[in-house]
Design a protein around this ligand. Structure first.
Ligand code: URA
Length: 212
């Protein structure tokens, strides 16, 4: 089985075109959510590309054949609230049998450190491929803390799916969880003094839900 590399930057033209539309300051929330959903399908395709297959004996209308099916590796998705839900819905459309968990972390705006306010994870993470989803890998502090919680719940095969990543966040994840592959649509330039990704797209949750 080919393992996913530590970082996958998905440069597919459809992903990049849709991401540019999401970045535009004037894109309204309903379009922003729709674009995120569409991109989540394409990113889910990349983050699941190493799932093992096995052959199942089936009958086509013409003859029997051995045809590939997923090899029983069960999946779980963990949304890092609240922006993670924007990626979750689309990934769940592709993997409807996945169990779903939620981790609630907010960022203390002074220290930029994550504070946990909610954690509800599926019981059986040991045997599952777990995909943690959060559109923005910024400082990496929340993402690393979320992966800590997922590991504490027993998960051993964890991947991280985001839309934008800052170099600082990638480095933080590499330091805290070097075995967790990251799939992203963009590696942006840097973080600003408030921990926002630059050029970025602003606050993903606010852009999704029209809050400020
Ligand atoms: N979270 C966001 O929503 N946007 C950023 O730029 C950084 C963290």
């Amino acid at each position: 089985m080919t393992r996913l590399p530590h970082l996958t930057h998905v440069k597919h033209p459809l992903v990049q075109h849709k991401l540019t539309a999401m970045r535009r300051v004037g894109t309204p929330s309903n379009q922003f959510r729709g674009l995120l959903r569409e991109i989540s399908h394409l990113l889910a395709y990349e983050i699941t590309r190493d799932l093992p297959l096995t052959d199942a004996r089936i009958e086509t209308p013409l003859q029997p054949m051995d045809a590939p099916v997923l090899q029983g590796k069960k999946l779980a998705l963990v949304s890092i609230l609240r922006a993670g839900n924007g990626l979750l819905d689309g990934v769940l459309e592709l993997i409807p049998s996945a169990r779903v968990g939620f981790v609630g972390l907010y960022r203390d705006e002074e220290t930029l450190q994550p504070v946990q306010y909610y954690c509800k994870l599926p019981d059986t993470l040991e045997d599952r491929v777990v995909i943690a989803v959060d559109p923005m890998l910024a400082t990496g502090n929340s993402s690393a803390a979320a992966v800590d919680l997922i590991k504490q719940a027993g998960a051993q095969d964890i991947r991280f799916l985001c839309l934008l990543a800052a170099p600082e966040g990638i480095a933080r994840m590499q330091e805290a969880h070097p075995e967790v592959p990251i799939v992203t649509a963009s590696v942006d330039d840097r973080l600003d003094d408030h921990g926002y990704i630059v050029p970025g797209l602003g606050d993903a949750g606010d852009r999704m839900f029209g809050t400020k």
